[in-house]
Ligand binder design. Structure first.
Ligand SMILES: [Zn+2]
Length: 172
C-alpha cells in the first residue's frame, strides 16, 4: 500500500477545497460570473467568494494587440460582477480592458474615437456589455454607480466605465 496520497488525489482535494466550505444547507451556492474576452476569446469564471489572483485578472484583461498585461484597477472587475448580479446574468462580455499606448496610438491613427491619454492605457477603464441588456439600460445603471467616467457606444453596443472623474458621454 502506498503511504503517500497519489498526486491526483491531492489535486482533487485542492480542487474541492479551493472554494471554501460548502454553503449552509438551504442556501443557494453563489453562481460564478463568467467573463468573456471578445478579442482573445478567453473565458474567466469569477467566484466572488474566492476571486482569482490579480495576476490572473490582469492577464485576462491584457492588451490583445501587444499581448501585454497591466495592473488593472480592481474596482472595475467589481463593477462587472455588480452588473452581472444586477441584471441576473452569469456572463459579461469584455470588449476592452488594458490598452497598450502603442495600440491606442494605432487606433487613433485609424480614426477611432480614442482619447490620446485614454484611461485604458492606465488600466483604469473597461468596455463591456451584458448579453441581452440594451447598452442604454446598462449606461443608466453604470452612471448610478458613480465610479467615474461612463461612455455609451450604442452602435457598437457597449458601455465604457473608468475610475477617472465623474463624467459621461455618448459615442457611436
Ligand atoms: Zn473605453
Amino acid at each position: 500500500m502506498p503511504t503517500q496520497p497519489a498526486k491526483k488525489d491531492l489535486a482533487a482535494q485542492a480542487k474541492s477545497t479551493r472554494h471554501g466550505p460548502p454553503p449552509a444547507p438551504g442556501t443557494r451556492p453563489a453562481k460564478p460570473v463568467n467573463l468573456y474576452n471578445f478579442w482573445t476569446k478567453e473565458w474567466l469564471a469569477i467566484d466572488a467568494a474566492a476571486p482569482p489572483a490579480p495576476a490572473t485578472i490582469n492577464r485576462f484583461l491584457r492588451d490583445h494587440f501587444t499581448n501585454k498585461p497591466a495592473a488593472m484597477e480592481p474596482r472595475l472587475v467589481a463593477m462587472l460582477l455588480a452588473a452581472a448580479s444586477h441584471f441576473h446574468s452569469d456572463v459579461v462580455d469584455v470588449v476592452s480592458g488594458f490598452r497598450h499606448p502603442k495600440y491606442n496610438l494605432i487606433l487613433r491613427k485609424k480614426g477611432h474615437q480614442v482619447a490620446r491619454d485614454s484611461q485604458h492605457t492606465h488600466g483604469n477603464a473597461i468596455d463591456f456589455y451584458v448579453p441581452s441588456v440594451a447598452a442604454q439600460v446598462l449606461q443608466t445603471w453604470a452612471k448610478a454607480q458613480k465610479l467615474g467616467g461612463v461612455g455609451l457606444y450604442p452602435e457598437s453596443g457597449f458601455v465604457h466605465m473608468d475610475t477617472g472623474p465623474i463624467r459621461s458621454w455618448s459615442g457611436e
